[in-house]
Design a protein around this ligand. Structure first.
Ligand SMILES: *[C@@H]1O[C@H](CO)[C@@H](O)[C@H](O)[C@H]1NC(C)=O
Ligand SMILES: *[C@@H]1O[C@H](CO)[C@@H](O)[C@H](O)[C@H]1NC(C)=O
Ligand SMILES: *[C@@H]1O[C@H](CO)[C@@H](O)[C@H](O)[C@H]1NC(C)=O
Ligand SMILES: *[C@@H]1O[C@H](CO)[C@@H](O)[C@H](O)[C@H]1NC(C)=O
Ligand SMILES: *[C@@H]1O[C@H](CO)[C@@H](O)[C@H](O)[C@H]1NC(C)=O
Ligand SMILES: *[C@@H]1O[C@H](CO)[C@@H](O)[C@H](O)[C@H]1NC(C)=O
Ligand SMILES: *[C@@H]1O[C@H](CO)[C@@H](O)[C@H](O)[C@H]1NC(C)=O
Ligand SMILES: *[C@@H]1O[C@H](CO)[C@@H](O)[C@H](O)[C@H]1NC(C)=O
Ligand SMILES: *[C@@H]1O[C@H](CO)[C@@H](O)[C@H](O)[C@H]1NC(C)=O
Length: 424
């Protein structure tokens, strides 16, 4: 007896030591409900230990699930799982607490509770997706008109309770259109905007052996689902009205006309190049109508680009508008005039110089006749075929260094020859 008492005392002491470290544990509990009556739900519990030195201990999971019916229970070190079923609808708390395996009388190290929902109806939900460029895009409850919207029912049946059931879906699209399908989804194409409410009644039927009179009986369960759909017009176009040209320090006004349902969030930016707008690096305005006026004054001349992005919850559109900014007071026409004047002056200059050089050359030749200048020498003119201009051009454009050397040599010779002749 003493021995027994001693052991008991030891256990109590051990447990008191454990009491202090209650904060060292986390007990997570989850269930995969809601379920329909007769189906099974799984409840998972996981013990998390914050202090690694306690991980080597052994633990025991204690469950309370009444009035639910236990189907299966499993336990592995720090995890435990139960499968339960219920005959009646309602919300049922399932609780679990964890004790040390060798200390049944001790206070639990951790406890937690979860609430399982059981309904007599089919469980699931409705999702809305829109097809854009043959991809499905989920927009929450917003959709754009003129595009195909897919509304689909997703059955929640974790224990495969409805595996042998036949389903019939009754759709009410809220605009006087009804549809009955065997597939859990429908495609619809709304052409007018506004808010819609879509109702779906799901009917599941299957046969099973009755529990009282062992005969085949037809089982039926139903479910009602509702989703609301906010139909918006897609942003179909942005039209920038205004000049593409302006001057430095001039007030340029532009009007943006947007084809789409307000409210629209509009973001604009003027930069030297067109850029796709992302984030908040642009001037963001929320507009209530379909028109927005903006004015901008440029401080430097050059090429600019107005980038505009418009969004309305379902669609996004971007556009660009190029703007040429001229220096102050300089009209394009003035530039044309200036160019014409410049060109005519140039032409005049060229004509003048050509005329001048012609007369000058003539003078030079005449003088050379008297001067015995090398240029006037007959020998030279016959010997050196390339004229002055030709030499210049050749040496400028196409001559290899060798050729240039030879030519200059030739030139030198031709210069020397007459000199020699006259000295003799
Ligand atoms: C109980 O379980 C929930 C769900 O896993 C978890 O978020 C919560 O922290 C747990 N509570 C305690 C005291 O461990
Ligand atoms: C972990 O537990 C051991 C034994 O209970 C204790 O000595 C230690 O201080 C604890 N560590 C932390 C970080 O709490
Ligand atoms: C218990 O539930 C799990 C997961 O939900 C499942 O894999 C398992 O087969 C179920 N056990 C029984 C006996 O139905
Ligand atoms: C709808 O059901 C799916 C699958 O069961 C789930 O992932 C999703 O979170 C549910 N959505 C809502 C809004 O309940
Ligand atoms: C949807 O309806 C609009 C107008 O009612 C039509 O222009 C469009 O082509 C339709 N889309 C499809 C995929 O049927
Ligand atoms: C449609 O519903 C949304 C909220 O879901 C609301 O903000 C909006 O004003 C409604 N539009 C109309 C036309 O009723
Ligand atoms: C530019 O003109 C608009 C009206 O056309 C005016 O509202 C705005 O204040 C002007 N901006 C400047 C800087 O003068
Ligand atoms: C948008 O316009 C409507 C009517 O034209 C008005 O009732 C509403 O207050 C406006 N909203 C904003 C944010 O200006
Ligand atoms: C934008 O400017 C035009 C004239 O330039 C004017 O008719 C219109 O009312 C303005 N819109 C807004 C929203 O200020």
């Amino acid at each position: 007896v003493y021995c027994m008492l001693l052991i008991y005392l030891q256990q109590v002491l051990f447990c008191f030591s454990l009491l202090i470290s209650t904060e060292e544990y986390d007990l997570e509990i989850t269930n995969n409900g809601p379920i329909t009556t007769g189906a099974q739900a799984t409840v998972h519990a996981t013990l998390r230990i914050k202090n690694n030195s306690l991980a080597s201990n052994l633990y025991h999971f204690n469950w309370i699930y009444a009035p639910l019916i236990l189907i299966e229970k499993s336990e592995r070190q720090l995890n435990s799982m139960i499968n339960v079923t219920g005959e009646f609808p309602g919300t049922f708390p399932v609780s679990v607490w964890v004790t040390h395996r060798n200390c049944w009388l001790c206070r639990p190290v951790a406890r937690n509770v979860t609430v399982l929902q059981i309904t007599e109806f089919i469980t699931g939900n409705l999702t809305i997706a829109q097809i854009e460029d043959s991809r499905f895009i989920r927009h929450g409850s917003s959709s754009s008109t003129g595009a195909v919207t897919r509304i689909s029912f997703c059955l929640h049946d974790p224990s495969d309770y409805f595996k042998s059931a036949r389903f019939v879906y009754n759709w009410d699209f809220g605009d006087g259109v009804y549809q009955i399908t065997k597939e859990p989804f429908v495609y619809c194409n709304y052409s007018t905007m506004g808010n819609r409410t879509v109702h779906l009644k799901v009917i599941a039927e299957w046969e099973q052996i009755g529990s009282i009179i062992h005969e085949k009986e037809t089982m039926q369960k139903t479910g009602d689902f509702t989703t609301s759909l906010e139909l918006l017009d897609a942003v179909k176009g942005i039209n920038v009205v205004g000049s593409r040209e302006t001057h430095v320090m001039e007030n340029l006004s532009l009007s943006l006309h947007i084809n789409g349902t307000p409210p629209l969030s509009l973001c604009w930016l003027i930069k030297s190049e067109c850029i796709p707008l992302e984030g908040e690096k642009c001037h963001l305005v929320v507009i209530n109508g379909s028109c927005y006026n903006l004015s901008h004054t440029f401080s430097d001349a050059g090429q600019y680009c107005l980038s505009v992005r418009v969004e309305n919850g379902v669609t996004m559109l971007q556009t660009y508008h190029e703007i040429k900014v001229w220096p102050t007071g300089l009209q394009p026409a003035f530039f044309v005039l200036l160019c014409v004047a410049l060109v005519s002056v140039m032409v005049g200059l060229v004509l003048y110089t050509t005329f001048r050089s012609n007369t000058q050359q003539k003078d030079l030749v005449e003088v050379a006749d008297f001067d015995f200048s090398p240029l006037s020498d007959k020998n030279l003119s016959s010997h050196s075929e390339p004229g002055c201009c030709q030499i210049c051009c050749r040496s400028c454009f196409l001559q290899s260094p060798q050729e240039t050397a030879r030519e200059s040599h030739e030139l030198l010779l031709s210069f020397y020859k007459p000199v020699k002749m006259y000295t003799v």
